[in-house]
Design a protein around this ligand. Structure first.
Ligand SMILES: NC(=O)c1ccc[n+]([C@@H]2O[C@H](COP(=O)([O-])OP(=O)(O)OC[C@H]3O[C@@H](n4cnc5c(N)ncnc54)[C@H](OP(=O)(O)O)[C@@H]3O)[C@@H](O)[C@H]2O)c1
Length: 232
């Protein structure tokens, strides 16, 4: 039984992990929409906690981490799942959206990692960062998203090389997954072009299964990265 914090548990991959992990683990489910989290909690087997947490807000991150520490007695796994992407060519890029991706996908990950690190060192815990194939490849119309996911991968690698033997780290790098992700894109032409592709891409349960495999790997090994692509 592990004590697991999941960010962005209100939707998609985060919610799918919550459903798969609930039976065997203790979960603190975080998100911006507490009503959705409360409803999710009623559907899960086991005793879990939910709390409002916008990962861009350091005080909310620290309050959530303190809740895990006081309520569960510690943190074994942090799943940095909250994230988003706005697809747009650079020439029509919206600076507010660029900043927002940096705030959630990079600073949000750092906020949670910074707050959890002392507790993860106590438990020889595990950080699971949700990257993307865009952690390794740059595609047209998603350059800033790719920049944030490259940064996330660098954070994971930094944990791996600095905290080897002290904290485990896994990056899960999926290709397209059928979640609400694509609907954040406000460029109507790109959204129109891509939404059908995402609708027939991987199920979030397939990504969640790999996350479960990583956090339950034998203690003498660590899964540092899983790249998962749609098979079609
Ligand atoms: N879907 C894909 O094709 C795909 C592929 C590769 C990687 N990913 C990555 O997978 C992760 C999960 O995405 P998803 O596909 O499951 O998309 P999703 O269904 O849109 O879920 C994203 C989650 O992140 C949360 N979130 C966004 N901004 C937040 C903030 N400031 N504070 C706290 N939570 C916030 C969302 O909550 P709200 O509802 O409150 O916004 C939601 O719970 C992301 O990191 C994404 O980059 C997705």
């Amino acid at each position: 039984m592990k004590r697991i914090i999941i960010t962005g548990a209100t939707s998609g991959i985060g919610m799918a992990v919550a459903k798969q992990a609930a039976k065997d683990h203790k979960l603190l489910l975080l998100g911006r929409n507490v009503e959705v989290l409360e409803k999710l909690k009623t559907e899960l087997v086991g005793e879990h906690k939910v709390m409002a947490c916008d990962v861009t807000d350091v005080a909310q991150c620290n309050a959530a981490i303190a809740e895990a520490k006081s309520g569960f007695g510690g943190v074994d796994v942090l799943i940095n799942n909250a994230g988003l992407g706005y697809f747009d060519p650079l020439v029509s890029g919206n600076l507010d959206q660029w900043h927002h991706m940096v705030d959630v996908n990079i600073k949000g990950v750092l906020n949670m990692f910074h707050g959890c690190l002392p507790h993860l060192l106590e438990t020889k815990g595990h950080v699971v960062n949700i990257g993307s194939v865009a952690s390794h490849h740059v595609f047209p119309d998603s350059g800033v998203y790719a920049a944030t996911k490259h940064a996330l991968f660098a954070i994971s690698e930094s944990i791996r090389v600095e905290l080897m033997g002290k904290v485990r780290v896994t990056t899960i790098s999926p290709g397209a997954v059928n979640t609400d992700f694509i609907n954040k894109t406000t460029n109507e032409e790109l959204h129109g072009k891509m939404k059908d592709y995402f609708a027939t891409a991987m199920n979030p349960d397939s990504v969640a299964l790999q996350i479960m495999n990583a956090i339950t790997a034998p203690a003498d090994s660590v899964v540092n990265e899983i790249i998962l692509r749609p098979f079609r």
